[in-house]
Design a protein around this ligand. Sequence first.
Ligand SMILES: Cc1ncc(COP(=O)(O)O)c(C=O)c1O
Length: 418
Amino acid sequence: MDHSIAAPSPFLTPELAAEVRDRFGTPCYVYDRVALEAAAKAALAFPAPFGFTLRYAMKANPSRGILRLFRELGLHIDASSDFEVERAIQAGFAPGEIQLTSQMPSRGLAEHARRGVLFNACSLHQLDSFGRVAPGHEVSVRMNPGLGTGSTKRTNTGGPASSFGIWHEYLDEVKTVAERHRLRITRLHSHVGSGTDPEIWKRCTRMTLELVAKLPEVRAVNLGGGFKVGRMPEEPTVDLADVGAHVRSELLAFEARDGRRLGLEIEPGTYLVARAGAVVATCIDVVDTGRDGYLFAKVDTGMTEVTRPSLYGAQHPIDVLAKDREAAAVVFVGPCCESGDILTPAPGDPEALGPRWVPRPRIGDLVVVSGAGAYCAAMSTVNYNSYPRAPEVMLEPGGSLRLLRRRQEPTNVWADET
Ligand SMILES: Cc1ncc(COP(=O)(O)O)c(C=O)c1O
């Protein structure tokens, strides 16, 4: 085995990880501006033939530091709640750059319409509600094209087992509701899952365009996000150029048969931020369950910062920053009183343990969890066991660390209680 300390993530050197711990404590999220900009630029190059809007699905990571960076690069926003709309506006986005696509019926539809926030109706009920407060307006509808794909069933948002969007067979009902309120459906949207299979995603593009063909006023199609990035070395990453070339030819073919030159939108979250984030943590205990059992490293991060492994068995790279140690098969667990607080479930079997070969950890070692830019700070079981929310830091191109969010004061965990 190599006894030197390998760089724990594409952007965090062992020295930087140590600096993070010295200055901000652990656990601490670190985001890499260079990686964020590179991902945004790659997505902005999507080869749309008739105009293109790149929306950032801010649910993946709504940190103001990241929102501002993407705004400067010309991205628009996919917001998933009224609160995200407000957060994006606070971060400097113009209302017209934000589209709301929410499972929760909006409580601010009239205000959104007045300000020019774009609305994407995700059910017939939502479409009707919008029509009541904004008759005659332009609107988008989110359709479930009848097929979906995700890295797990829990991240699949298309097909008959998904509640997202309006079922494709209900287009007549969509038209009836729209006519009732003189709504103009000028945009059509589908998002069929996260961590999608590119071939199925491509099929969904065609299915979505078949729906567009039946709505003559549609001028732009939004194909959602879902572009998979491999966090683990063995996991595939989507070839965005290949997907882009496919979409381009579909849009050109649509123009040839229908005459309409459709604008294109996509709204990735994962693709833009997943690999640009890491959590710097500390090994807080090492225990085992005997000769036939497991060796466990307890670290001060787990489901409270990186919930994806315990939620759906997602895999994240984990590095122990230690020199000259023998290797050991280690199960990494978080600090919560919860047997599900596991950072290394077995790949493909979230219920089982998946030990990793790493330098045998000792208490006090630095441990880095990578691939933690998307759906980690944003989607954590924050404050479980009353652990304060972890800080977030931006690694700037020159190597300096800029605090984006300080660690939550412990008293603020219960400050809103009456
Ligand atoms: C409507 C919508 N658009 C875009 C996304 C972003 O998905 P991903 O992070 O997989 O790109 C999501 C994720 O849940 C979503 O619900």
